[in-house]
Design a protein around this ligand. Structure first.
Ligand SMILES: Cc1cc2nc3c(=O)[nH]c(=O)nc-3n(C[C@H](O)[C@H](O)[C@H](O)COP(=O)(O)OP(=O)(O)OC[C@H]3O[C@@H](n4cnc5c(N)ncnc54)[C@H](O)[C@@H]3O)c2cc1C
Length: 374
């Protein structure tokens, strides 16, 4: 197995860095023990906000936040220790198919391969082979900003992360996020906006403006130089996942359209792709005609199908306050009844788990700002 990577680890990757239980369970299945020996912020209380209403979703932890450069460099290092050869600083430029196999052309040379996994992200070259002129755009837009924080800030001490859907009133098909994060040993706020663009016939939200208002509500200024943007190609059961000898995984195959979550799904796709390749070698059949079925029936496929289904309903109607109010009423009951996932085998200190409730008043937070704007 040869891994071709255009950058050199640790490489810059724009990302909130939140890894949910699906991803943590995949890491455990791969033989990692938690906590990983790299900086991370723990989130035990996910706060889903709409206006002054909050749904709390608890878990110990609900998810972990890593700095992607550190997380990916650590995983790449672990892969090397397990015998995988990684060629960094080598850009794949094209893939040519013939009857005997594939030729992968990089800026440095040519490689022959029996199978290629396109795990090269939302803007990768492998997926371009799959593109048809009439294929619909399934791409979300994101903006992110990292600002200095104090480790005594409530995000860090109370282990919470915020997903604020209030800007849905202003055409955002998504939310503003506010995460605690550790970057090179320094506490930071990782904040940004996610716009699924799921209902493409609806007007586009003005992302910099939405981010500006959200940051202002938190007393933080928008410094345009600090803001970076990147798209996410999202999952739909109608996406094409394979063709003979080629499989897609991660963002190339499609991330979760509801939250834009892609790290845990990418790890999950990896497992399905590995199983498909193992089967292909056993049977000497590289058509991968059943990869779609394998993906859709796998835990990651079921996870993404559910998120896609909820996104389909929610982002058609998210601009309507009555719908969001009803959703929050339903969600609150659901969150109370839904059992908390099992703790991660004492890997994390349970006593450190403080989760006070938020008391948002109309003047506070993003809703106050939006109301004043109106
Ligand atoms: C602003 C933002 C915030 C996000 N926050 C979260 C979050 O909190 N939690 C979450 O789960 N998801 C989040 N996501 C989504 C997440 O980042 C992606 O879903 C995830 O990184 C997908 O992993 P991947 O391995 O498929 O692709 P990538 O992480 O994009 O990796 C692709 C790799 O391929 C390499 N590559 C690309 N092209 C080539 C080429 N031609 N030749 C060789 N190598 C190539 C790249 O250098 C890169 O290393 C966020 C995304 C954005 C943009």
């Amino acid at each position: 197995m040869l891994l071709l990577e255009k950058a050199t680890h640790p490489r810059h990757k724009l990302c909130g860095g939140g890894v949910t239980r699906l991803g943590l369970d995949t890491l455990i299945n791969l033989g990692f023990s938690l906590p990983l020996p790299i900086p991370q912020a723990r989130v035990d209380d996910v706060r889903l906000i709409y206006g002054t209403r909050a749904i709390h979703v608890h878990g110990r932890p609900k998810f972990l936040i890593f700095h992607r450069a550190e997380f990916d460099a650590y995983l790449a290092d672990q892969a090397r220790h397990r015998g995988i050869f990684i060629k960094e600083n080598e850009v794949v430029e094209a893939i040519q198919e013939d009857a005997q196999g594939l030729t992968v052309k990089t800026e440095k040379g040519l490689y022959r391969a029996r199978t290629v996994v396109g795990a090269d992200g939302s803007k990768g070259v492998v997926r371009r082979l799959f593109k048809k002129p009439d294929s619909p755009s399934r791409v979300a837009r994101l903006l992110e900003v990292l600002t200095p924080a104090s480790e005594n800030a409530p995000h860090f001490t109370d282990h919470y992360a915020l997903f604020d859907f209030t800007p849905a009133r202003h055409e955002l098909q998504g939310y503003f996020w506010d995460f605690p994060s550790w970057v090179a040993g320094q506490p930071k706020y990782n904040r940004g906006v996610y716009d699924a663009r799921f209902a493409i016939d609806r007007p586009r939200a003005d992302l910099p403006h939405v981010l500006d208002i959200a940051l202002e509500s938190l007393g933080s200024e928008l410094v345009s130089k600090q803001v970076e943007g990147h798209p996410i190609h999202w999952f739909s059961p109608r996406n094409q996942f394979s063709r003979p000898r080629i499989l897609l995984a991660g963002d190339a195959a499609g991330a979760d359209p509801l939250f834009g979550e892609g790290i845990a799904p990418a790890l999950g796709y990896g497992q399905v792709a590995a199983e498909a390749i193992q089967k292909a070698y056993e049977n000497q059949d590289f058509s991968f005609h059943d990869y779609r079925r394998l993906v859709l029936r796998s835990p990651v496929g079921r996870y993404l199908l559910l998120r896609w289904f909820v996104a389909w309903w929610c982002y058609q109607l998210s601009a309507k306050p009555w719908f969001m109010q009803a959703l929050w009423s339903f969600g609150k009951i659901f969150a109370l009844l839904w059992p908390e996932p099992r703790g991660l085998d004492g890997a994390f200190d349970a006593d450190d788990n403080k989760s006070p409730s938020v008391n948002l008043t109309p003047e506070m937070g993003l809703q106050g700002k939006l109301d004043r704007l109106e």
